[in-house]
Design a protein around this ligand. Structure first.
Ligand code: GRF
Length: 194
């Protein structure tokens, strides 16, 4: 088997970063995969506090500069990043980054796409929409990232039962539990299948 070097992963997150921290811990002892960089478009995002606490190099880049595309691509290359994970990242990924990392950028969406996806569908907005729809199940979707929100090809889905019109906070708890349980293993599976 070819001896594979360490694969360096960047996580992009706009908010709390509980998935980012969970993913970091999952790969902490890994010989193959390293969480090497955490990027946020929000200066005050708690995920940047988590990065500092975990000792992971981090970067704040505002939306305007991020969307322009060149600097984030340079940052990825200068940090020898091989793979990008979006975990609660609320900015559309610029085309040049998608081209440079074809099928090497994945995202987790807190619902069963194609339902409850697309622009503006993130965090509690998703759980509220799921609750109001009267759905009896929700779940997570891990997908490759292309140039449209939540439309890349689906890699993995896992559902969980809910009550019709269940409290969105309860739905969020159930979805987060799925994310923490499944997302790191899916990331590993996709990276090592390359
Ligand atoms: C998660 O629910 C994820 O599915 C969605 O954004 C949320 C991020 O939560 N994309 P956190 O910042 O990881 O706590």
């Amino acid at each position: 088997m070819e001896s594979r070097g360490l694969i360096r992963v960047a996580i992009f997150a706009s908010g709390n970063g509980s998935n980012a921290e969970n993913i970091f811990h999952y790969f902490k002892e890994s010989k193959h995969i390293q969480i090497a960089y955490i990027v946020s478009n929000k200066k005050e995002a708690f995920v940047l506090e988590r990065a500092k606490k975990l000792g992971v190099p981090s970067l704040f880049m505002d939306n305007k500069e991020f969307r322009q595309g060149n600097r984030i691509l340079e940052e990825m290359k200068s940090h020898s990043i091989d793979f990008i994970v979006l975990a609660g990242f609320l900015v559309l990924i610029p085309a040049n980054l998608i081209e440079a990392y074809l099928d090497q950028i994945i995202n987790i969406h807190p619902a069963l796409l194609p339902k409850f996806g697309g622009k503006g569908m993130y965090g509690d907005f998703v759980h509220r929409a799921v609750s109001e729809s009267g759905e009896l199940k929700t779940g997570i979707t891990v997908h490759f990232v292309n140039q449209a929100y939540d439309e890349g090809s689906i890699i993995f889905q896992k559902s969980v039962d809910i009550e019709a019109r269940e409290n969105p906070n309860k739905i969020a708890e159930k979805v987060h539990a799925l994310e923490y349980e499944y997302f790191p293993a899916i990331i590993k599976q996709v990276i090592l299948s390359k």
